[in-house]
Design a protein around this ligand. Structure first.
Ligand SMILES: [Zn+2]
Length: 303
């Protein structure tokens, strides 16, 4: 099913069926207000300072076509991870992503927040509106996750057990507070926080895997991990495969892809995980069951 222009995606649904899966759950996809998404794509394609290398976007398509493509591939659960890089932005992003989830079956109601006064208010109203997943981007945001202005939000999200996808690793370019050290300070204060470490913490895989071993409610997502593209900029050390296998079988690794902002096909991400040879049970857990368990859904209950 591999083909970097997206054609190989026609084989994705059959790949999942052959594994015995009722579909695919992808916790790390992006749907944003159209003008903002266009600006993100321009930044990627211009190899801007936060990107550092050419990054042609495979799926620069209209929104309906991107949603339809996920359906066509059998992706039954996905997210709309928006994130703020400046103050006064998160609340309106949440309005958009929560509206989007309401009109888009299969999309987890998604929210974000920023270190700013008043964030607990808009986080509370997003929770009241049914948010089920949050996103924070420390590499683009450049702020300290242990900033006291975030403490109330971390506390609330820990209380309600809401998964927070955090881009905490130093890829593709290091920022002031990326890496396992700054994020573990948050977990020391909020040990029950259900953090989902994006990109498995790349390139600091070992440090973030160790955190997941110390905090069993922490998850890692597979976004871009093991792809040919990442092999050049954040190669996955073979020595970590046993830990990745056992964390996956323990419910702690979830499929993520960064669709649509990827410089290769969706199928290439799945092939890249398949060729790690961690076994079909691992693939079933990572591509479906671990997400169902995390969101307390089942094959039947998830719409
Ligand atoms: Zn992402």
């Amino acid at each position: 099913m591999d083909n970097d222009d997206g054609d190989g995606d026609d084989g994705v649904a059959a790949w999942a069926r052959d594994l015995g899966l009722p579909g695919i759950a992808d916790v790390h996809t992006h749907f944003l207000p159209p003008r903002m998404l266009r600006r993100v794509w321009e930044h990627f394609e211009a190899a801007g300072p936060l990107i550092g290398r050419p990054w042609p976007i495979t799926y620069k398509w209209p929104e309906e076509q991107r949603v339809e493509h996920l359906r066509h591939m059998g992706v039954r659960m996905f997210s709309a991870l928006a994130y703020a890089h400046i103050p006064d932005m998160a609340a309106s992003l949440n309005d958009w992503t929560l509206d989007f989830a309401e009109r888009t079956p299969g999309c987890l109601p998604s929210m974000t927040f920023f270190p700013e006064p008043g964030n607990l208010d808009y986080v509370t109203s997003a929770l009241d509106r049914g948010a089920r997943i949050a996103k924070l981007h420390l590499q683009v945001g450049g702020f300290d996750p242990a900033d006291p202005l975030l403490d109330g939000v971390w506390g609330r999200l820990s209380e309600v057990g809401l998964p927070v996808v955090v881009h905490a690793g130093s890829g593709p370019v290091k920022a002031a507070f990326t890496g396992p050290g700054p994020f573990e300070r948050v977990l020391q204060r909020h040990p029950r926080l259900v953090a989902v470490i994006a990109h498995m913490g790349a390139p600091e895989y070992a440090g973030f895997l160790a955190i997941a071993e110390r905090y069993p409610q922490v998850r890692l997502d597979t976004t871009m991990v093991a792809t040919d593209f990442f092999a050049k900029i954040a190669p996955l050390p073979d020595a970590l495969l046993p830990a990745i296998k056992s964390l996956g079988l323990n419910g702690q690794i979830l499929l993520g892809t960064d669709f649509p902002n990827i410089p290769y096909s969706y199928s290439h991400q799945l092939i890249s995980l398949d060729r790690l040879n961690l076994g079909e049970d691992w693939l079933r857990a990572v591509c479906w069951s671990n997400a169902m368990a995390l969101f307390r859904e089942s094959d039947e209950s998830w719409r």
